[in-house]
Each structure stands twice: as structure tokens, then as C-alpha cells.
Design a protein around this ligand. Structure first.
Ligand code: NAP
Ligand code: 8YV
Length: 327
């Protein structure tokens, strides 16, 4: 059997709403097995016997892994993999891969766009033009907020955080950050606590991953430390924010405005946030250009190809980097 024939015999489980480009490549390379969603109740006997890989968009839990005893690899679409139970995968010798780097610049661009929309109120200014208010009512009111003289803190100074910081430098804004560890060789001011960072800045951009260690990290205390001129932007994960505390802080003037691309229970956005005039809201579009989603799809499939040919993936997540192929 040729290498290509061997790959075509490998069954890869693909949920229904997966990237068209990735599905096309999986169809040409492997044997694609469709499933409505990654739900163990939908796993058939044949899937149980044959599936060796999953291409995942929306997460894979422990029960799904347990339902597929021959599962070797979960190729997750996206850099954040908080929706995959990586601890369980590592314990079961299942490789997990993600799609870092190829989306970094796109997400950083979106973060800057969201920051400017939030501070300068540009989406509402456009609505003013489109609904005829410019003609009927005159010039759009001056924005209450400005980027000028702001001090920006980045929560999660990783690949995307650093790409955001590079853009902010070009804007002439000072940058500081909080991670659990100081980044060697990075000149921005480091704060060992998120509270310390929030106290030192008036603009906080969160690009931290989801998961237990960041759950509701941005809470009432952090928002209060940011202060009345404070702007909060979240391009990381909704789970890192106490959304009720955020809505309250925006309503009572504890902070000035927030720009959010991510939410705790997507696609459901709390009405408390929708109803506020000082929020700028996006439907999780950080990486959502055709260009970047195609690159993510390619890396997701390239990981499957690398695993089933060389038995080594291209971009394993750290928690499963040690996992070895079974044969
Ligand atoms: P990354 O390079 O791994 O950076 C993550 C950073 O967060 C690291 O510097 C890490 O530093 C820090 N961090 C992790 N846990 C922390 C904690 N408990 N407390 C403080 N800092 C912590 O990842 P990336 O490629 O920049 O992506 C970051 C995240 O952005 C993803 O995980 C994803 O959730 C989100 N994202 C969103 C979109 C979107 O469409 N909105 C698109 C892509 C990515 P330490 O390990 O030193 O703490
Ligand atoms: C994607 C993301 O929208 O990469 C991430 O972590 O949040 C986004 O790029 C998401 O992964 C699609 O599931």
C-alpha cells in the first residue's frame, strides 16, 4: 500500500459545521466520518471501532474521548484549546494540536480595531451617517474618550499580546503586562499580579487563554482598579471575565467603556451588556477573515497528515507534547 492509500484508510471524525477548506482537504486525504457534533451519544459502533482522529472546532470532552477507544489525535481548529479536555487527553495518550502563529497578526489587528471602536465610538458614528442623522441632526457628538495619553496593560503577553503591543508602540502608547512569568527580553513593564497591572494603567486588553487559572480573573476589584477613565477590551476568552461585574462597572461609571469580541456563553450575549451605550461588541471575529481561517484550516489538517505519516505533529499543545504515537 502506498503512503497515500494508507492515509485514505484512516478515519477522521469531523463535526458538521467545520471549515469547508479543511473538510475538502480531509476528504482528499483521509476517510472522513461525519457527525452532527462531538457528542458521545452520537457515536456509532463503526465510529468506535475505526475513528483514529478528530478535527475539532467546538471542543472535545472526556466522555467523547472515552467513546472512541482508537482515538490518537484531536486536531483543534484555533489557538485556544480550553474547550478540549487536555488533561484527560494526556492521561489517555491522545495527542492534541492547535493552530498558533498563523492567526496572530489578524487577531492583533482585530484587537486594535475593537479598541479604537470602543474609545472613539466609531460604530455609532457610522450608524449616525447611515440613518440620516448627519443630515437631519448635524455633526456626530465628540467622543468622550480618546486613545491619546492612555497607558495600556496587556493581560496575556504571549504571541497575540506581543503583536498587539507592537501596534500600540507605533501609536505612541506605553505598554505594561501581566503573565504568570516575565517574558525574557521584553522591555515592557512587567506586573506580577493582574491587580498591580490594572492599578498602573487605564486601558486593559485581555488576550489570556480560558481555563481554570483565568476563570473570572477580570472581576469587580480589577475593574475598580482600572478606574473611571478605564477601558477594558477582551479578545481572549469570555470565561476570563465576571460579566455581571463588568456590566455593573459599565453602568455605574466604575469604568468608562468596554470592547468585547468574546463572551462566557457564546453566542448568547447578556442583555446587560447589549443594552449599555458604552460597549462595543463583536461576534468572536478575531481571526475571522477568509485568509486567516484558511491558514488555520491548513495547519489543523497538516497536523493530522504529519501525525499519520511521520507520527509527529507540527504544533502539539504543551500538555500533550510528550505523547508518543502508539505504533
Ligand atoms: P499564548 O502565546 O500561549 O499566550 C498566552 C499568554 O497568556 C502567555 O503569555 C501566558 O503567560 C499568559 N497566561 C496564561 N495563563 C495565564 C494566567 N493564569 N495568568 C496570567 N497570564 C496567563 O497564546 P496566544 O497565541 O497569544 O493566544 C492567546 C489566547 O487568545 C488564546 O488562548 C485564545 O483564547 C485567544 N484567542 C482569541 C481569538 C479571537 O478570535 N477572539 C483568536 C485567537 C486567540 P504565562 O504562561 O507566563 O502565564
Ligand atoms: C476561532 C479563536 O474563532 O483561535 C482561537 O482561539 O478563538 C478563534 O481564532 C476559534 O478557535 C474557532 O473555534
Amino acid at each position: 500500500m502506498t503512503k497515500s492509500e494508507q492515509l485514505q484508510a484512516v478515519a477522521i471524525l469531523v463535526p458538521a459545521d467545520f471549515s469547508d477548506h479543511a473538510v475538502g482537504r480531509i476528504d482528499r486525504t483521509f476517510r472522513r466520518v461525519g457527525i452532527e457534533r462531538a457528542d458521545p451519544a452520537l457515536v456509532t459502533g463503526e465510529m468506535r471501532r475505526t475513528v483514529r482522529g478528530i478535527a475539532s472546532f467546538a471542543g472535545v470532552d472526556a466522555a467523547m474521548m472515552d467513546a472512541l477507544p482508537n482515538l490518537e489525535i484531536i486536531a483543534s481548529f484555533g489557538v485556544g484549546y480550553d474547550s478540549v479536555d487536555v488533561g484527560h487527553a494526556a492521561a489517555k495518550n491522545i495527542m492534541v494540536t492547535n493552530t498558533p502563529d498563523v492567526l496572530t497578526e489578524e487577531v492583533a489587528d482585530t484587537a486594535i480595531g475593537l479598541l479604537i471602536n470602543t474609545v472613539r465610538d466609531l460604530p455609532r458614528a457610522e450608524t449616525w451617517l447611515r440613518d440620516g442623522s448627519w443630515v437631519r441632526r448635524g455633526n456626530y457628538p465628540l467622543s468622550r474618550l480618546t486613545l491619546r495619553a492612555r497607558r495600556v496593560g496587556i493581560f496575556g503577553m504571549g504571541r497575540i499580546g506581543q503583536a498587539i503591543a507592537r501596534r500600540l508602540e507605533a501609536f505612541g502608547l506605553p505598554v505594561a503586562y501581566h503573565n504568570r512569568h516575565r517574558v525574557e527580553g521584553l522591555a515592557y513593564q512587567y506586573h506580577p499580579t493582574l491587580k498591580g497591572l490594572a492599578e498602573a494603567v487605564d486601558t486593559l486588553i485581555s488576550v489570556a487563554p480560558g481555563g481554570a487559572s483565568t476563570q473570572k480573573a477580570v472581576n469587580a476589584g480589577i475593574l475598580s482598579a482600572l478606574g473611571a477613565n478605564g477601558v477594558f477590551v477582551n479578545i481572549g476568552r469570555g470565561s476570563t471575565v465576571d460579566e455581571a461585574a463588568l456590566a455593573a462597572a459599565l453602568a455605574d461609571g466604575t469604568i468608562a467603556a468596554a470592547g468585547l469580541d468574546v463572551f462566557a456563553d457564546e453566542p448568547n450575549v447578556p442583555s446587560a451588556l447589549l443594552d449599555l451605550p458604552n460597549t462595543s461588541l463583536l461576534p468572536h471575529v478575531g481571526s475571522a477573515s477568509e485568509h486567516t481561517r484558511r491558514a488555520m484550516a491548513d495547519l489543523c489538517v497538516d497536523n493530522l497528515v504529519a501525525w499519520f505519516t511521520d507520527r509527529r505533529p507540527l504544533t502539539p499543545v504543551p500538555e500533550t507534547a510528550h505523547v508518543k504515537a502508539r505504533t
